[in-house]
Design a binder for this molecule. Sequence first.
Ligand code: LLP
Length: 432
Amino acid sequence: MILYPHLDVNGEGHLTIGGMDTVALAREFGTPAYIMDENVIRTQCRTYLQTARRCFGESALPLYASKALCFTGIYRLVAEEGLGVDCVSGGELYTARAAGFPAERIYFHGNNKTDDDLRQALDMGVGTIVADNADELDALSRIAAEMGRTQRILLRITPGIDPHTHRAIMTGNVDSKFGSAIVTGAALDITKKALATPHLSLAGFHCHIGSQIFDTAPFRDAADIMTRFIADVKAATGFEASELNLGGGLGVRYTEHDPVIDHAAAIESIAAIVRERAAAAGIAMPRVILEPGRSLVAAAGITLYTVGSVKEIPGFKNYISVDGGMPDNPRYALYQSEYTALVAKRAGEPADFLATLAGRCCESGDLIGEGMRIQRPERGDTVAVLCTGAYNFAMASNYNRLPRPPIVMVKDGRARLAVRRESYADLVRNDL
Ligand code: LLP
């Protein structure tokens, strides 16, 4: 087992994913390529759904935060597993609809939804819009009125929690660009406004405190603060929220230094707080919504590359250059996120070569990791980078005019293409 049980080493010493040889997959589909183990995603969906129902009751619903990995096949898979989805743009809504995802199970997020986005959402019959600010409430009310509709909404609230994570992905603080803060009084004000605005039907509140969080304490704090807020709103206005969306953010293991996290146990501990606080505050237990992205898809994915060169600079460092890089995985360049890498055909051997894994782009910052321990490869070898299922394909670009890699799904000993590799013709398609 290498980090995760679906990754292993076969009799030939090759890395396998879902029982399939990664050297053979690289040969069949080319590199770079994202390979995803479908059963891992399905199992995670079931863990979230079953745990949420057990802890919060049958009405509880996990949403897949589709910004983590967005293509039509993932919406079909999530629909089959009975989850809802969180979409954050017209493009994600369009993709969900193209996949036939049930619109009533879509929650539409974003701090700056355009009028076109809102019209598109209403046209599709999106179940819930998570409204961010007062301007959006006015725009939504106007558009819903034009269409002769009343739209179900939640309000995005910032509970003011520092989840001790990377600053760029910390969104629960009061100075966030997202939502309305409780401590400043803005959250109560926008609640009153939402209740008084025609064509809107307020169901409850949403918060999301950040991402890649291992400690459950900040989630319990958020659950505590949000449940009290529901009680305070009831006391101030008489409105009792029937729904509480606690966002996503549970972490995953990228390296062996990261803790093993039991997602079901984390949900249970959060549930206990909501139940206890709701009972203490004399409010009914709300319908609880969770919104995981990373923890549903990250571990399922790996990226396969081909090594182009190994450059040793004595006294300094060693570079392994591969045929992808920041265009298919910008997370080291953006957040210095750490990954685990293996030479696929020697996965069982000691990782005794200290190297910087570099991409092929014309800039020095194009790195997938520094100070990585890996087997020493040669030109032509396949390198696998683990845990790339979330925020890799979704954040990929065509920088240096590199075509985006394909997504290959493996399941029960079979591999199938889920997203084709972009071609050079795709790259010039919109150039006039
Ligand atoms: N709900 C909302 C409102 C969110 O903003 C997010 C993530 C999620 C749910 C899902 O969070 P997750 O369970 O995936 O942590 N690009 C960054 C991550 C940005 C997360 C943004 N919001 C990265 O690569 O680490």
